[in-house]
Design a protein around this ligand. Sequence first.
Ligand code: SF4
Length: 299
Amino acid sequence: MNHQQAQSKMTDVMEKFLNLSSKKLPDDVYDKLKECRDAETSEMQKVIYDTYFDNLNKALELDRPCCQDTGLLHFYMKCGSEFPYMAVVEQALHDATAKSTYSAPLRQNTVNYFEERNTGDNTGERMPWLHWDIVPGSSDLEICAYFAGGGCCLPGCARVFTPSDGYAAIIKYVFDAVAGLGINACPPLIVGVGLGHNMENAAVLSKMAYLRPLGTHHPHPKGKKLEQDLLAGLNKLGIGAQGIPGNRVAMAVHVESSARHTATIAVGVNVACYAHRRGFITFHNDLSYDIKSFKGVTL
Ligand code: SF4
């Protein structure tokens, strides 16, 4: 397959994958929402969850996105150093985004700063947003596609503390972020926490954290314990679905970390909403593909 054929095939597959991912929640998220519903005791919370599930079922039945805010498209990639079509990936994702905007359809959300005009097809300056990690020796390309809605972006924040503030500053910062603007993001949330050495590496890590499949944990036992303790604590805030009183403000807390500078403690917080539209697809070196986030689907 030459590069032109590869670009066309990848565009076609990704357009269909985006259309699907805008309408159907990943299996792990759907299952976790059922668990959250079971943990709620108030009638109002049950009604909200029933409405969520009704909405999700209707999105599939009517072939429409499951939330009106289909966000801006982000692609987080793990690209094998031996993947033969790296050169065409960016253009294929750009074209798939533009096509999906009309075929899904996705809401036209993208505005370039200095023109103040909607681009009309969800492509624009550095948009869709691409993040590349290179995997030495692999010939696969794993793409995580994420629809970044406005409400989920609002609570995002990052800050650098001094060691004298102590690790307790991290906990307070996460609680303040979730208790402050977190309810704008249609709870129950997936809370991503990034621990790093400066603002941008903590922010990127917090994003990678909430993209992780549910049920996975930080590899260090203390990192895993931090995730569990934060989740238990946040769920005692008395906030439930849609920010109304309840037992589950969060489906999960995920932590990702890097080493820090001796003089800094940096923390980033990013949240994802109940309609956590993120899909994993892996292309092999012949452009055959596997979809990990949804069982039994064909594009
Ligand atoms: S926070 Fe999520 S579910 Fe709520 S409006 Fe935004 S994208 Fe939709």
